[in-house]
Design a protein around this ligand. Structure first.
Ligand SMILES: *Cc1c(COP(=O)(O)O)cnc(C)c1O
Length: 361
């Protein structure tokens, strides 16, 4: 009836992964569902976690309002705070939790009059040099915020640049910097993202912020820590064979004629391409599953299609199932072949892809 290309998202796996994060850190955790829950659908994911999540984290007020619109009443953190002053009235009204990461935001909050006080997460730049206040400004800001009538509570947070590299000493350096600064006033805290939750117990300081691990993908590119074995992949990206042909030794396949058949062989054409979010830079050799059997991608990925070497699989038929990533083929493995990371693969899924939700197992 229609194009067989879709993403199947197992919401039970996302619940499992959230609970795994909580078991590891033994602290409350905000489920990070920014960017439409990393392409998995923020509304569906938020609803699936509603009875167990301590709250959610999103990038901006638009994403937060979308959650309120579908009836999510739990705490929602704005990871980048506000971009314009007039968001503050809505933040207070909706009781969103607001990151303050620069002095402009700080002044806006201190110099306004809010209908209700809000919770603030004050961000220290402990070395990543992306968002956050310097050590020097942080202490003053903290004092000003705890005295402000607009502020209910201040959580001190920071973000790790290299937690996804288990041997990298930068995590300890950043942590020491953060700990030293906040020690005198012992505030509530938040440090750990997925990589930290999976590999750095010393970052279990207050609220966890698991993102990619909720979706069952590993943030580590090599040297997978043992903890990643317990993750359950939530998304299966799948399509089907829409053509099967025999090519002769020396024939080429696809745009640019970049792949040349080493022998007479069967080639399959799969109805998915970069127009669906499958990475165009996936190299020849990238694994995909045809009827559950690993077969290599060959040639260039097109907009709507790609080609696969069918030699490993016996008896492939037209319309047979092809899995691009999922439980038996980790997204991070595909990401390595495409010189990217699972985050980009998931968020790159385009609107053309139908998302089907399942629960169970
Ligand atoms: C996106 C984000 C997270 C989640 O990161 P993952 O690596 O997906 O776990 C945590 N904290 C902040 C500040 C973020 O922006």
């Amino acid at each position: 009836m229609s194009r067989p290309t879709k993403a199947v998202v197992n919401l039970t796996a996302i619940r499992h992964n959230y609970q795994l994060a909580k078991q590891l850190i033994k602290q409350p955790a905000l489920a990070v569902i920014k960017a439409d829950a990393y392409g998995h659908g923020a509304t569906a994911v938020a609803e699936a976690l509603q009875d167990i999540a301590d709250g959610y984290a999103v990038a901006c007020i638009e994403e937060a309002l979308q959650l309120r619109k579908v009836g999510i009443s739990r705490p929602v953190l704005l990871l980048e705070g506000f971009f314009e002053k007039d968001e503050l009235a809505i933040i207070a009204e909706q009781q969103f939790i607001c990151v303050i990461h620069n002095l402009w935001q700080l002044q806006c909050l201190l110099n306004t009059i809010l209908s209700k006080p809000i919770s603030v997460w004050l961000k220290l730049d402990s070395g990543m040099h992306r968002l956050g206040l310097s050590a020097e400004n942080f202490l003053t800001a903290y004092q000003q915020l705890i005295q402000s009538p607009n502020v209910q509570q201040v959580v001190c947070m920071t973000h790790m640049a290299c937690a996804d590299e288990p041997g990298n000493s930068m995590t300890r350096v950043q942590l020491a910097h953060f700990n030293k600064l906040i020690e005198p006033f012992n505030p509530p805290m938040s440090v750990a993202n997925s990589a930290a939750i999976l590999a750095w117990p010393e970052t279990y300081l207050g609220w966890g912020r698991p993102g990619i691990m909720l979706y069952g993908a590993s943030p580590f590119m090599q040297n997978q820590p043992k903890s990643t074995k317990a993750l359950q992949a939530a998304m299966t990206l799948q399509s089907a064979l829409i053509a099967i042909k025999t090519v002769q030794k020396g024939d080429t396949v696809g745009y640019g004629a970049t792949y040349q058949a080493p022998e007479t062989m069967l080639v399959g054409v799969v109805a998915i391409g970069y127009g669906d979010g499958y990475p165009r830079h996936a190299k020849s050799g990238t694994p995909l599953l045809v009827n559950g059997v690993r077969c290599p991608l060959i040639g260039r990925v097109s907009m709507d299609m790609l080609a696969v070497d069918l030699r490993p699989v016996a008896n492939a038929q037209l319309n047979d199932l092809v899995v691009l990533w999922g439980e038996a083929l980790p997204a991070h493995e595909v990401a390595v072949w495409a010189d990217t990371i699972p985050y980009e693969l998931f968020t790159g899924i385009t609107r053309r892809i139908k998302v089907e939700y399942i629960s169970g197992k």
